[in-house]
Ligand binder design. Sequence first.
Ligand code: FRU
Length: 517
Amino acid sequence: MLLLLLVYMTEVFMIPVMKEKSMTSQTLREARTYEEAAAKMIRNEERPAFHLSAFTGWMNDPNGFSYYNGMYHMFYQYHPYDAIWGPMHWGHAVSRDMLHWEFLPAAIAPDEFYDMNGCFSGSAVTLPDGRQLLMYTGVQKQRMPGGAADIQTQCLAVGDGLNYEKYEQNPVLDAKDIPEGCSINDFRDPKIWQEKDGTFRCVVGNRPADGSGQILLYRSEDAFNWKFEKVLIANHNRFGKMWECPDFFELDGKYVLLTSPQDMLPEGFEYHNGNGTLCLIGDCDTQNYDFKPEHDQAIDYGIDFYAPQTVLMPDGRRVMIGWMQNWDTCSMRMPSQPWFGQMSLPREISIENGRLYQRPLREMEELRTERAAFSGVRVGENAIELEGVHGRCVDLELKIRAVNAEDLYHKFIMRFAQDERFHTQLSFRPHESVLKIDRKFSGSRRAIIHQRRCKVNSSSGELNLRIILDRFSAEIFINDGEQVMTATLYTPQNADRISFVCDGEAEIDVVKYSLQM
Ligand code: FRU
């Protein structure tokens, strides 16, 4: 009787049913067994202290960044078996504060015909019945004349925060759901959200006939049955080519599209990363999703930042985390590293003066210990170090100003992760208002790009920086979050000195904290 009722309800009300099979496939079970054993071989000191890194093996994009049953969930593109990209699984970690992460077993594995070549990026949402829904891209390679090509479709998995089952009617979006002439080979990275009226939307990256990128918008009543709504925005080859990993949300009265375009061309000081990041800010009438961008900018001006995703905190703050890496510089790594790939710090984002601002999650300040503060320190041609100002897990506020506005200094330099052999360098040229990060002496044994310059807002030689160092990274927040420069570094940990030197004369205030987990 009960069974009959269930069948009836399912048919009449179209309640989505999950596949009747064991929750975990052989492929997922193997990955879970492997990762647990392999992760035990990695000592805590070999990982970043407060940035999330791969449990073992390879990590790329953040996926399914969400708040579910009182915990922040971070899934990620994951190849457990090697520290290089391979068949994509979803790794999984949870945290109460986005700073202390606990690894959970891999969430999904490429184990169905429609995702046998990878479970690519996607997102998560809480269903009205309390379950968590993952929406991801299933990749299946198909032979084509002249080689093989991906067939990319959007798929679902439903779970309880630990175990997930793939939806029986996967894929839920495929070739029939994309506009004519658009590519099924580049159709990926769904970002899902629920509207106030209870309906669901998702945006998906796609390549139209002009070979460029575009963002498709879909609508669903129940998060299982989806309908194409419109092209939310088309690139027309303006910002790179294919647009990957979109996120779309309201922030401070504006609408924001974050996406990571491939193959970008630099424009002035923007978009130098090849595989770059793009933030479009504008207005949107959500009756018909008419998005009108008014401003564009790179999200990060350093070397390593890609494919960010945001989450809304229960108190209304929107927090963004990106993959702290760049596809073009993945050969910047330690030779025998058992893990590869880190997430950025959680960054609180806001719109101020029409721009995207990013500040480290304010709870970061609870990790601060060992304060050392100095004000009005003169810096000239002889490099100086300050007592207590050193370390590799550091939160440092630096204010730079000219001693004499008429005789402006030429170049101010801060070095960190420094010993006789190594250092990473920030240099600021006030006459050009250009801040540069240079990591060529930061452990790399490869001839790849190691520096990036950023045009900053500065007058009369004044600049405010907040520099957050973890064992393998530096994130530089410029002018209270107006811009950020991010870079990974693989300098040996005992290179921990910090020094300042100036061509000309500058004055600095320094407040330094050690960061402890
Ligand atoms: C972005 C990306 C996504 C894709 C995933 C594959 O870094 O290329 O578009 O889903 O990585 O790992």
